[in-house]
Design a protein around this ligand. Sequence first.
Ligand code: ATP
Ligand code: MG
Length: 502
Amino acid sequence: NTFMPYEFSRACRRVSARLYNVIFSREIVYTVEEYEDTQHNDLYAAVELHLSDLAAATARRLRLTQHSKAASLTCSLAESEGLVDVFKGSKIHWDFSTIEQTQAISFSRETVPQTRRLLHMRIHRRDRAKVMSEYIPHVISNAKALESDRRERKLYTNAKSTGWWSYRKVWESIPFQHPSTFSTLALDPILKQKIIDDLTEFKNGEQFYKEAGRAWKRGYLLYGPPGTGKSSMIACMANLLEYDVYDLELTEVRSNADLRNLLLNIGNKAIVVIEDIDCTLNLSERREKRKKDESQAQPGRGSEDKDQDENNKLTMSGLLNFIDGLWSSCVSERIFVFTTNHIEKLDAALIRSGRMDMHIHLSFCGFEAFKVLAKNYLKLKDHALFEEVRAVMEEDGVCMTPADITEVLTRERRDAEQALICLIEGLKASKINKKVQEMSEQKSRQGKESLEEDEVTEEKKQIEPAATRSDESGKKVEAEGQASENGMPSTKEELHAQVKDP
Ligand SMILES: Nc1ncnc2c1ncn2[C@@H]1O[C@H](COP(=O)(O)OP(=O)(O)OP(=O)(O)O)[C@@H](O)[C@H]1O
Ligand SMILES: [Mg+2]
């Protein structure tokens, strides 16, 4: 410093370093800094995540981090530590370093940390093009995949919409931790495989949907009696695809605008669920009820608000647009699942292909499905009583839902044989119950018909002269006599007695 001014020595160093690089070194060094000005550099986070596993396996000094939202730990290189990543035959050297900043001045609201973190990538000159065009995109996509694996999945439900102030937070969430997976789901193996294949194809189908010009979304309608595993299957889907679940409670949605707002706040990689759609879909009835409630609550409100009410309603077309309108295509990788116990009650427009692409019927437990339950609940792969279970299950009229069966197996799980005996008894009883139910339904149907006949006769009585009337009533008594001679039991006890002792 005494003999050579600082500026001159710095210029000399620069020139000599450049000359050395040009003449001798074949390396190129890229630096990825955590913050560029005050902006967080996404590439830094991607590289750190990409190198995490490699660092854990090869580096000797590491930093361990647990982010509040991440499910697992992240390993990263410690100060001055390095590693070598190999990509398509090229070696990529990564080193980590930090620079202590004496002062961090920030004019924006974001604060810049005092320590600047840097990752240096050293590559051979000949690999420059390959690294830029292939390696860096590979690092980014790998980091994305890792991030979705590691992040904690959420179960969202729509908050009650009470007015404009609730727009800011339309979904409330808790961590999604349902243990149901396709290996624990009792279902016919062929159907199960078909569903898994369909879901996997959907997840990997970004290119296909783009080329076909379709929005990257798919709809599943799950229908069947209560307790056949519809809700469980949604959990299985979420666990297989690693998507968040948005459980949409339609009864809390006031208008189409609210519904659209909810839709816009759903991220990608999401399963949007509407449970028991047949119960929540009676939109017109619900609307009337709400209007009535509101007018009761505010008696001053009169017809001048009618027009406004018309605009503030949830309609079927609003729901159809929610599923496949233009707005629904804004975010990709989304699955819609509706469940119902009564598919016949649903509007054909709602369940047409394109909205509900796959209709999945979940029904009573078959033998193959039972084997899955026996394995999960009793740890049994085979047993001497299995054949008897199969025989009873295949008998006509035997029907137990997986939920009923899991109840028996849970109760008797300490003694597997006892559990199977109870199950066989339960299956046999279900047959009797079903017959009793059918017969009582038949009887109530007949009762209704005869009531209608009575009404017709009553009307006739009023029209026809008295002489004819006596004839008709005579015939009717005769007909009733025949019905009881046919042996139709009149009380429930009689029905039971007949079924047990035919
Ligand atoms: N297919 C199945 N495999 C394994 N367990 C099942 C299955 N179906 C039902 N269960 C068990 O029964 C319970 C109830 O099932 P679930 O809630 O999935 O039925 P659901 O079809 O959604 O009924 P609902 O129509 O009443 O909503 C679950 O907690 C699960 O333990
Ligand atoms: Mg359910």
